[in-house]
Design a protein around this ligand. Structure first.
Ligand code: G3D
Length: 176
């Protein structure tokens, strides 16, 4: 998500958009954005992008691959999260295990206890993309019995399924 410019960062975002690098987070944001305000946070060493969805809701975006050593700093960012949106590249079977581990790790944080989860199985336009049932199995979503979760297929590139996804995210916010 390096291409997005940054300006401001809120410490208590309402929606966190996470996923491995190349999952399609930046593409999704560019599709959804109204006004994008971004920041690279030098103090914690990873990029955080914040988008104003509307006057009351902000969305912060992180790459979570390989950030294990940054975990002590996560508490400053995860607090106040109402919905966690996890984006996966559904055409990349080889990295599903890595995505599963990253998701599990982030969800184990105390600040995300009981926080609803929306998984976006992105790149559904590609012919080799996995079904949402397959993605859900590989991410072991059934093991998350202590929170509400949903999975939806989308294509950030083609703009497919995004409107529905954001409507569902708005609904999940009220379940937090
Ligand atoms: P990230 O922000 O999660 O790191 P990006 O991911 O948004 O930068 O996307 C990584 C690559 O995947 C980009 O291709 C982008 O165009 C592509 N991509 C994102 N979403 C989709 C999608 O829904 N369908 C398809 N087919 N491709 C998608 P490049 O070639 O620029 O690396």
């Amino acid at each position: 998500m390096g291409a997005i410019k940054s300006k401001r960062f809120k410490k208590t975002p309402q929606v966190l958009l996470m996923g491995l690098d190349s999952a399609g987070k930046s593409t999704l944001l560019y599709r959804q954005q109204r006004g994008v305000v971004m920041e690279t946070s030098p103090t914690v060493g990873f990029n955080v992008a914040t988008v104003e969805l509307d006057k009351k809701t902000s969305l912060s975006v992180w790459d979570v691959g390989g950030q294990g050593t940054m975990r002590p700093n996560w508490k400053y960012y995860l607090e106040g999260c109402k919905v966690l949106v996890f984006v996966v590249d559904s055409s990349d079977r080889a990295r599903m295990g890595e995505a599963q581990k990253a998701l599990k790790k982030i969800l184990s944080h105390e600040h995300l206890k009981g926080v609803p989860l929306m998984v976006l199985a992105n790149k559904k336009d590609l012919p080799n993309s996995l079904t949402i049932r397959e993605v859900s199995t590989l991410l072991e979503l059934d093991s998350y019995t202590d929170r509400v979760w949903q999975i939806q297929a989308c294509s950030a590139l083609k703009g497919l399924g995004l409107q529905q996804a954001f409507l569902s995210i708005a609904k999940l916010m009220h379940k937090a």
